[in-house]
Design a protein around this ligand. Structure first.
Ligand code: SAM
Ligand code: SF4
Length: 329
């Protein structure tokens, strides 16, 4: 799949549910309304869609959400996708999770060919964790991370940089990731979905974060690219990679290799744009995949050049109206 700007699309992110057992303040409002269950694709339908993308050249697939591990029966999808790893058609299957269910699922993830996962964690302080996630318990996530390590999974910690929240803790988190043998990526908040608060209050540019970290750590620019928006440094003292995702201060679109599928079968060609294609109708239109594959081609042919994120104080509406939990980051 080649888009109009010559970018080869080989990475599919699939949000398997918009539901979650947390209500992170930057991601959701407290009283979120979720999609009616009948609008959500069955796991078999999601599997069929993923298989179509794999036939069309997707080599890397990430399950996300909402919280992917709260979807009932999720391991049947993981298992089905794991088969594509065995045939070599898919090179990598991975997952972004809040970690709350890892103790239960870590071993099954490994059994089905998953080698690396991203765990989102914004603070190491239990009280602050409860505050930012509203519903989460840090202990449970820590037990999950331990279980994942014990099962042999490589873990990358994703941390959203939040002004006056974890600004002063990022140093300790870099240290902790070093001690635990985990890479880390720090993410700027993006203006997605109504969260019932002012985004500009949370926004912390990563240029400031990096300057502060450099007071204590030697950060060496690294040529490493994951094919995504992160720019990496090596933390010389720990030997671990540290990524910065800066959608607000830096444009990363020229190397974009990905598209995003929601749990209702809507394909978003760009995280920062509203344009989307419905694949549920073509999926259900026939038992064969011809109509579906045509719809996928048509969608890739419309992938935009880039996003238009801006966070302005006083701006009343987010840049895109859907929440991050719709597409899963
Ligand atoms: N529930 C899983 C988790 O938290 O890892 C997967 C879905 S979550 C939407 C994916 C990632 O998006 C998380 O790392 C989360 O911190 C991040 N995220 C959510 N809302 C965001 C926002 N407005 N700006 C930047 N990152 C956001
Ligand atoms: Fe749930 Fe992840 Fe959003 Fe937090 S960031 S509310 S864990 S989907």
């Amino acid at each position: 799949m080649i888009d109009p700007f010559g970018r080869s699309i080989s990475y599919l992110r699939v949000s398997v549910t918009d539901r979650c057992d947390f209500r992170c303040q930057y991601c959701m409002s407290e009283d979120m309304s979720f999609l009616p269950k009948q609008d959500v694709l069955s796991l078999e339908e999601l599997e069929r869609l993923c298989a179509a993308f794999i036939r069309k050249g997707v080599k890397k697939l990430r399950l996300t959400g909402g919280e992917p591990l709260v979807r009932r029966g999720i391991m049947s999808l993981v298992k089905a996708l794991g088969h594509h790893l065995k045939t070599g058609d898919l090179h990598e299957l991975t997952l972004t999770t809040n970690g709350s269910q890892l103790a239960r699922y870590a071993e099954q993830l490994v059994e089905n060919g998953i080698k690396r996962i991203n765990v989102s964690l914004d603070t190491l302080n239990g009280e602050k964790f409860a505050q930012i996630t509203r519903w989460g318990k840090l202990d449970k996530v820590m037990i999950g991370i331990r279980a994942a390590k014990a099962a042999g999974l490589n873990i990358k910690i994703n941390t959203v940089a939040l002004r006056d929240f974890n600004e002063s803790e990022l140093d300790r988190m870099v240290e902790w990731c070093g001690e635990e043998g985990m890479d880390m990526t720090i993410i700027e908040t993006m203006p997605m979905g109504d969260i019932g608060g002012e985004r500009a209050d949370q926004y912390l540019p990563l240029s400031t974060v990096r300057e502060n970290l450099e007071k204590n750590w030697q950060l060496k620019d690294s040529p490493f690219r994951s094919g995504g928006p992160a720019r990496y440094v090596e933390v010389l003292e720990t030997g671990r990679k540290l990524g910065f995702i800066t959608p607000m201060t830096h444009n990363f679109c020229e190397s974009c290799n990905r598209v995003r599928l929601t749990c209702t079968g809507t394909l978003y060609m760009c995280l920062g744009q509203d344009d989307a294609t419905d694949l549920r109708l073509p999926l259900r239109a026939s038992e064969g995949d011809e109509i579906l594959e045509r719809a996928i081609d048509e969608a890739i042919g419309r992938k935009p050049k880039g996003h238009d994120f801006v966070i302005d104080r006083g701006q009343s509406s987010p840049a895109v109206s859907r929440h991050m939990s719709v597409t899963g980051g």
